[in-house]
Design a protein. Structure first.
Length: 280
């Protein structure tokens, strides 16, 4: 019996395996082409919304510009959406964790959701207590929880050294995710990047397998976007955020109780009710 859930897209178009492969190649090309522009430009944050804020965290070589589909879908559901800009995404992951924590503090974000693609899940795990206290739940997409075997062959960056399965950083990551309860991992039916399931499935009962292939499809394809929005909607339904009514100027409306104490008239004397004594 599988110890995870399987997500079957209902709103997204049904694609056979060959079409999924073609689209995954297109997503991967777009992912790479967006890298340089993403260093120069970050999409504006969507600050309006009555539901809890969602913070998007990119992975290795990730670009903030690749989250456009997720941003649009979450904003349509009423969530404020923020995209973290971490830079080249190939350096020290501990520094990126500090940047993520500072980002939450600077934008005064609390009780928010983190949606982290690939290496972004490792970045989120190493935030300090101030960052974790501001996070309601972490959703990871194709995160290599136990490292990546290709780092043995390509140890060219600080990040790849840290993602080595034998590195102290990955041992710390495994220990941190064992203690974090509010985490839900999403992984693809087949992931061409994290091709060893044993290394990218944490083994929680509520892990979710997307019934399609593709590392980039997890957050760029319609099936992956539908999965993300449905999981967050289910989480919101457990404990909806109180909606604050506002007027046309955006000021909160304070509802006054209909029952008010009776006003006392100045100089008025309290009336007495006369009672008649019964004669014996």
């Amino acid at each position: 019996m599988a110890d995870y859930l399987t997500f079957l897209p209902e709103k997204s178009p049904s694609r056979n395996i060959f079409v999924q492969i073609i689209f995954e190649i297109l997503y991967a090309l777009r992912f790479l082409l967006m890298y340089i522009p993403g260093l120069l430009k970050r999409p504006g944050d969507i600050t309006e919304g009555d539901k809890r804020a969602v913070v998007l965290v990119s992975g290795f070589f990730g670009s903030p510009l690749t989250w456009s589909g997720v941003r649009t879908a979450l904003a349509a559901q009423g969530h404020p959406v923020y995209v973290v800009r971490l830079g080249f995404q190939i350096g020290n992951l501990r520094k990126y964790s500090e940047k993520l924590q500072h980002f939450l503090e600077e934008n005064n974000l609390s009780d928010c959701y983190l949606v982290c693609h690939s290496m972004g899940g490792l970045v989120a795990a190493h935030m300090g207590y101030r960052g974790r206290d501001r996070t309601r739940k972490i959703f990871t997409l194709g995160t290599p929880f136990k490292g990546h075997p290709l780092t043995f062959l390509f140890p060219f960056t600080f990040a790849t050294l840290q993602m080595n399965p034998l590195s102290p950083f990955m041992r710390e990551t495994a220990a941190k995710y064992r203690t974090l309860s509010s985490v839900q991992a999403v992984f693809a039916k087949f992931d061409e990047v994290n091709f060893l399931p044993a290394l990218n499935i944490p083994g929680r009962f509520d892990d979710v397998k997307l019934a399609q292939i593709g590392h980039c499809n997890l957050f760029m394809g319609p099936a992956g976007i539908e999965c993300i929005t449905e999981l967050i909607a289910a989480e919101e339904a457990k404990d909806p955020k109180p909606v604050i009514k506002r007027d046309e100027k955006g000021n909160p409306i304070v509802e006054v109780s209909a029952k008010r104490p009776a006003k006392k008239t100045k100089g008025a004397r309290p009336t007495r009710t006369a009672t008649k004594k019964k004669r014996k």
